[in-house]
Design a protein around this ligand. Structure first.
Ligand code: GN1
Ligand code: MG
Length: 346
């Protein structure tokens, strides 16, 4: 966390909170935005500084979230999860700029927690069902109304081109240390072709695009309560959401574990996720989309491997890191997961 006390205090004041009365602590394991849990005499809020390098148009992020929340609200009882409202500032704004940085606040869901690992197929089924309930509830919202907050976010060709550009520039002088992985990433053309052919026949929908398991809140009985982190909601394909969920649930290791020889793919969790995802869609999923889901499970770790390696080669400007080879470790980890997923599902 790189936030200083004075900037937190300035932001709290704008959201009507008196710094002398509140306490705050970092919240969650996000790699992009800086998020705080604020405790105002027992009333809890979430305060967040948006990473403008990743989201150059914070207004577009907030506008998309408003459209999503309105649509979910309009669904009434047909949407069974909690939709988390943003909190207006003292001036009635959902976004405030302080010293060049953008801030916003959200309600905190009392009694909720997030999880980083799933080993129980019952919880996996419920989690997948919640994520697909979220996108199917958004079916009435025209995806074209959402702004493309991050263009080509999961476009594998674009990610590979970015990686090649980073190799050419070799800005951080790290290319030599990544040669083995680079060769493997550049050797996935057959899969990429299959992927592009598949996407060409699938419908665009409103998707979440960051369905890591820790972007779901659970209650004390581990029943899903709310889908959170709507920053990357935009037009996309269901296979992306299914794939990112599998990526974050089916590896026996965390995405930044260096111990990749030990990595195992969890087939029972995968089966539960697949069944839960189809059930939760309640008919808002075509046969072609169902058939494409396993490809999404292969795509997402491959794309993440490319993105982590690109950031490593560019000098760690995008994902937050704790040590110099952190992004390289993540890239190797995700490539191993791509290989295991491919062996299991193709
Ligand atoms: C980032 O910050 P967080 O954890 O919500 C990233 C995702 C990656 C994820 C990997 C906007 O998400 O795409 O899958 O890290 N978000 C963005 O842990 O790039
Ligand atoms: Mg996120």
């Amino acid at each position: 966390m790189n936030l200083s006390a004075p900037e937190i205090i300035a932001a709290l004041s704008l959201f009507s909170l008196q710094p002398s009365k509140v306490q705050w602590q970092p919240l969650g394991n996000g790699l992009i935005n800086q998020t705080l849990l604020v405790d105002d005499n027992g009333d809890k809020f979430v305060l967040q500084q948006i990473n403008q390098q990743v989201f150059p148009s914070p207004n577009a992020v907030v506008d998309n979230a408003m459209l999503i929340n309105q649509c979910l609200k309009d669904r009434g009882a047909a949407y069974s999860l909690i939709s988390i409202a943003p909190l207006p500032s003292l001036h009635g704004n959902l976004l405030e700029k302080i010293n060049g940085q953008y801030w916003r606040a959200f309600e905190f869901v009392t009694g909720s927690h997030s999880i980083d690992e799933i080993n129980d197929p019952v919880i996996a089924h419920a989690a997948a069902s919640a994520f697909s309930h979220f996108s199917s509830a958004l079916a009435p919202l025209n995806p074209a109304l959402l702004k493309d907050v991050i263009a080509k976010f999961h476009d594998v060709t674009y990610r590979l081109d970015n990686l090649s550009a980073a190799v050419t520039l070799n800005k951080a002088g790290r290319v030599e240390s990544a040669q083995g992985l680079l060769a493997q990433l550049n050797n996935q053309q057959d899969f990429i072709t299959l992927m592009l052919d598949t996407l060409s026949i699938l419908p665009l929908r409103v998707t979440h695009n960051d369905t890591k398991i820790n972007n779901l809140l659970f209650n004390a009985d581990n029943k899903p309560l709310a889908v959170i982190d709507l920053d990357t909601c935009m037009a996309g394909y269901l296979l992306h959401d299914f794939g990112d969920m599998v990526r974050s649930c089916c590896s026996s290791l965390a995405e930044d574990s260096p111990d990749i020889k030990q990595m195992r793919f969890k087939p029972d969790i995968y089966d539960a996720l697949l069944q839960g995802y189809i059930t939760g869609a309640n008919g808002e999923i075509t046969e072609q989309e169902i058939a494409s889901l396993p490809l999404g499970a292969r795509l997402m770790p491959l794309v993440l491997s490319m993105r982590f390696l690109t950031d490593y080669l560019e000098g760690d400007n995008y994902f937050s890191t704790q040590y110099p080879t952190h992004n390289l470790v993540r890239a190797n980890n995700q490539f191993k997961l791509y290989q295991l997923t491919t062996a299991m599902l193709s």
